[in-house]
Design a protein around this ligand. Structure first.
Ligand code: AKG
Ligand code: FE2
Length: 340
């Protein structure tokens, strides 16, 4: 038997009337998972399968539209809100084009929102019900994210509201719908669905369809698959949780294999991140252990002093170089950090 990622039933954090002993068990399971690799499945999450299935089928309808129609929603038109469609190869996660297309979404905000990465979505009108379904999904997963953060706080012996008080009362929520179109497996070893990376924020909650391809780098085990499990989400921790915990919980490298299965693969990650203006700091008194020389990108999650938003903008500039120069370049118009 190979190494398997843990499956955690989060229902005692989702349901108000639950036993303290059940909650303690979840806290312990989360702590164990985060100390080892920071990847776990969530079941008992309370999100209706009907909503997920609806989102899945409407997303397929969108990706089946012709390229010209999808280009009506291209990311360049989203401007600094950083929302919209990008076509196959449009994102460079590990410095090379990923073999996926995607629709970038987030909280639905006003057109003249002052911050980058905040603003209105570009909802494809060709797909009836897509907008309402996306917004319902974002809302439900955001609620789930708050519950997971409570368990995570407790797993660090902190008050359950530690993260919500300091960083996520108004979290930055980004949502992506990816389509890994099936490819001919000629030089498959050279191409990836998504190259090796860690996620930037606190927590990622991902739904994947039944195709598979996600892989996780587990210390002392190497790359192991994170296969689809029915009615579950995959949760993984990002760079900001590594920063807060001084490296006690590490953000875990992961990647997606090139899809050559003959069927398209859809995945739906939601990034549950600190408020854009938050200055993320290590927990008071915690010792910091920097492993940046071993990291996939050799950069340190501890060395910057900016807000989370500034950190994120720099990262986005690396994976969407064209977009950065067009829409997100703030060098002439710096955003001032405000106390959060
Ligand atoms: O599609 C997946 O399974 C993973 C996507 C991912 O890692 C990401 O968007 O950060
Ligand atoms: Fe990721």
């Amino acid at each position: 038997m190979g190494f398997k990622l843990p499956i955690i039933d989060i229902s005692s954090f989702v349901n108000k009337e639950s036993q303290e002993s059940d909650r303690l068990l979840v806290v312990q399971q989360i702590r164990d998972a985060c100390l080892v690799h920071g990847f776990f499945y969530l079941v008992g999450h309370g999100v209706q399968q009907e909503l997920i299935d609806r989102l899945d089928s409407l997303s397929r309808l969108f990706f089946q539209l012709d390229e010209e129609t999808k280009q009506k929603y291209r990311m360049e038109l989203g401007g600094k809100a950083w929302r919209g469609f990008f076509s196959l190869g449009g994102e460079l996660t590990s410095g090379k084009p990923d073999m996926k297309e995607g629709l970038y979404l987030g909280q639905e905000l006003e057109q003249d929102h002052p911050l980058p990465i905040h603003g209105p979505n570009l909802f494809p009108t060709e797909v009836e019900g897509f907008k309402a379904t996306i917004l319902e999904y974002i809302d439900q997963i955001t609620q789930l994210g708050h519950r997971v953060m409570e368990a995570l706080s407790l797993s660090l012996n902190l008050d359950s509201q530690y993260f919500s008080k300091n960083y996520t009362a108004d979290p930055l929520i980004l949502f992506r719908i990816f389509n890994y179109r099936t490819q001919v497996a000629d030089d498959a070893s050279e191409r990836w669905g998504v190259g090796e990376h860690t996620d930037y924020g606190l927590l990622t909650i991902l739904y994947q369809d039944n195709i598979g391809g996600l892989q996780v780098k587990v210390p002392n085990q190497g790359w192991i698959p994170a296969p689809p499990i029915k009615n579950s989400f995959i949760c993984n921790i990002g760079d900001m949780l590594e920063r807060v915990t001084g490296g006690l919980y590490r953000s875990t490298p992961h990647r997606v294999a090139l899809n050559t299965t003959g069927k398209d693969r859809l995945s739906f990650p939601i990034f549950f991140d600190p408020n854009f203006n938050a200055k993320v700091r290590p927990i008071e008194g915690i010792e910091t252990s920097d492993n940046s020389t071993e990291r996939w990108d050799k950069s340190s999650v501890f060395s910057f002093e900016d807000t989370y938003g500034q950190y994120l903008l720099k990262k986005i500039g690396l994976v969407f170089p064209d977009l950065k120069s067009q829409a997100l370049d703030t060098t002439n118009n710096p955003i001032k950090p405000t106390a959060y």
